[in-house]
Structure formats: structure tokens, C-alpha cells
Design a protein. Structure first.
Length: 160
């Protein structure tokens, strides 16, 4: 049995139907990110977030995810923003630069706004690894990111 991954969270939130959740999706490698966004939305709705409270926006690439998330924050003021992207290693080091920039920008958003901006970005070596992490609902970074967003909202509400 593998020891990787996290436990299945028990997410308890009063009135989840009042939550507003943003999703920012990168269009690069869109076959992968489309699957992630679709599982992300389905998981949010399974957790009782109404479809009309899910604000889904597209950005060109993963590098644009933090600014897309900031626009959502400034306009909708959601309870959480989920950033979905897929950066695949190529012949150059572009993936390293994009991943470093996006990771620290998303972390900064978390701490600046004191709310979850979820890092739902696949940082993979090849297409096969990307498909394995986005194919279907069993292992899907989009679904996992939806659960992380609600877990972090629940944590804040518990501590208030
Ligand atoms: C340019 C680029 C490359 C080469 N690869 C990816 C990738 O694998 N995944 C991704 O999300 N975006 C990629 N991009 C686009 C950049 O994220 C960004 O959109 C452009 O550099 C313009 O700022």
C-alpha cells in the first residue's frame, strides 16, 4: 500500500450554499486543464456549493493564474480561488521559471488576503504524468483542489 497523499478530509461547513468560489483555469494544455476544471466544479457541487456561486474564468497560461486570481478577488471577493494549470517540462527550463513564479505569487495571495488561493497546478515531466493526474475523478488535481479550498474555509470558520 502506498503511503503517498493525504487523508480523506471530513469537511463540515455550515451553509456551504452561501460560499462563492472562483476557478481560474490556464488554457495551455487545455485537454488536461479542462478535465481538472470539470472535476473541480463537480466536487464543489457535491460539497453543496451552488453552480451559480462558482465563478470560472480562463487565462492564457499558468503564468497568468495569479493575476487572474487577483482580478477575481478584486471583483467577486470569493471565499476561495482555485488556480488550475498544467506545466509540462520541455526542451528548455521554461517550466522551472513558470513554476517558481506561479508558486510564490499564489502563496503571496494566500497570505495577503488571508484566504485560500489553491495551487492546483500540475508540474509534470511529460503528458503521461499529466493524464494520470487529471483523468477521471479518482486521481484528479482539480477535484483535490476543490476539497482543499473547502477544507481551508472550514478551518478558518472553526477558529473564528
Ligand atoms: C510559454 C509556455 C510554455 C512553453 N509552456 C507552458 C506550459 O507547459 N503550461 C502553461 O500553463 N503555460 C505554458 N506557457 C505559457 C505561459 O504560462 C504564459 O502564458 C506565457 O509565457 C505568456 O505570459
Amino acid at each position: 500500500m502506498s503511503i503517498k497523499g493525504k487523508t480523506n478530509a471530513q469537511i463540515h461547513i455550515d451553509e456551504p450554499e452561501k460560499l462563492k468560489i472562483g476557478i481560474v483555469q490556464s488554457q495551455w494544455n487545455h485537454r488536461i486543464t479542462d478535465e481538472m476544471a470539470s472535476e473541480c466544479k463537480a466536487a464543489l457541487m457535491d460539497l453543496s456549493v451552488p453552480e451559480e456561486h462558482i465563478f470560472h474564468e480562463l487565462v492564457p497560461g499558468s503564468f497568468e493564474l495569479p493575476l487572474g486570481a487577483l482580478h477575481l478577488e478584486n471583483t467577486i471577493q470569493p471565499d476561495a480561488v482555485i488556480c488550475l494549470g498544467c506545466v509540462i517540462k520541455g526542451e528548455t527550463d521554461h517550466d522551472v521559471f513558470i513554476n517558481q513564479g506561479v508558486t510564490s505569487a499564489i502563496m503571496n495571495l494566500n497570505l495577503r488576503y488571508g484566504k485560500p488561493f489553491v495551487f492546483g497546478v500540475l508540474t509534470v515531466n511529460n503528458e503521461e504524468q499529466a493524464i494520470a493526474r487529471s483523468d477521471g475523478s479518482k486521481e484528479n488535481k482539480g477535484k483535490e483542489s476543490a476539497e482543499v479550498a473547502l477544507e481551508m474555509i472550514a478551518l478558518e470558520k472553526r477558529l473564528k
